[in-house]
Design a protein around this ligand. Sequence first.
Ligand code: HEM
Length: 449
Amino acid sequence: MDALDDMASVPTAAGRLPLIGHGLALARRKQDFMCELAAHGELVRLYLGRLPAYYVHGPELLRHLLVTDARKVAKGWVYDRVRALIGDGLVTAEGPLHAMHRRMIQPAFRSTSIASYMDVMHREATEMARSWQAGRAVAVDRAVAGLAGTVVARSLCSSAHMSPRTAGRLAFLNTSVLKVMSARSLLPRSTWERLPLPSTRRTTAHVAEFHRIVDDLIARYRADGTDHGDLLSVLLAARDADTGAALSDRQIHSEITTLFVAGIETTSAALAGAFHELARNPDIEQRVVAELGEVLAGRPPALGDLPRLDYTRRFLREVLRRYGIWFLMRRAVDDLEWRGLRIPAGTTLLFSPYALHHDPGLYPDPARIDPDRWLEDDLPREAFLPFSTGPRGCLGESFAWAELTVVLAAVLSRWRLRPAPGSAVRHVASSSVRPEPLRMIAEPRRPPG
Ligand code: HEM
């Protein structure tokens, strides 16, 4: 059989429309459409406009794509389009440039560094929790988005160069960067930017301000020449092990922007998901609160506590399973082979951590939050990919686990969050699936007994 015949044997998903292909289903039903594609099995063809792409599903094939044959796979055209906005940071860079940056930046995510970011996480989460008032409604989705933003900003710059106002401003401006990024991933740059709408002009101004603040921070750090023990200090001190080369200001700028776009929306979706699910599942909430109380006895979690918080971790695994990234893209840069099938170089591939995590063959009753399903963890490793895997897997995974745990501990030690009367929460997908709008009433938590 020749190669094209091979791919011709792959079924096409139902519902293809002239010109737009499956674009409408993708735009309107996002995560649900991904789950429908997953029901076809390991590979199914869909059309993004007139361009064919292949949806890839299941632990074995994903392992092949993301680990075994990772060298033959690049990121795909969505990332090409956002590169113009965020530059060649870790998420968008390819090949040797990516490998070099990853080696250079990895030290910023070692456990000693994570431990110091945990102080930032605790301070910021405590401040958020202290600002709430008993019996009053809180927009929890917005609160955790702001929190995740200031945590990244203050982990990046722990020094006086980052005032609380600047941290808050960067977190706010980041939402415009994300907005432009998702618009650009769908439309060519010129189309989007030519729209003469006040909102477009405002967003463009926010993006420019974001970039100005980042440039200013880099210049200040270069000028004072001090190691502040934070993420930006690591980026400035990083040297390539082979060549001794340092990162340029432009490269550092791209990496900072990348940390903002990669580390905030994902984490805040999981935090919002956690508080939403705890309110819906009082038995689970009771066990999480009891475990945090027993293990921590009122102090903030340290890195060494995380493995001891077994039930909390299993709950957070469920949260990451339910509130995850709904779609990621790859492109074969070399021919791939899978079970006698040749996937030619140039093929666009999509996969969905969300749909993988809602496959009833892997997770019976997938919509149910059940931390105990992880007691017998007999699934293949690649059945759970909230952080993806392989050389392009999330660099901030330990950071994220620490943040989720620290924020949960800070909030749950003070508050029980209950749905505000009349609230109707939906599962909305931006990059991650999140519960929205999440208005909750903060009730003071009484100490047990
Ligand atoms: C719950 C929170 C998070 C989730 C679910 C998550 C998920 C992911 C996923 C799925 C990828 C792969 C993306 C792709 O293939 O295009 C990724 C990449 C990345 N993430 Fe995260 N992430 C989280 C938090 C963070 C945080 C807090 C940071 C940093 C502070 C971070 C930094 C990165 C970076 C730098 C990459 C690119 C890695 C590379 O290609 O070398 N992430 N993340």
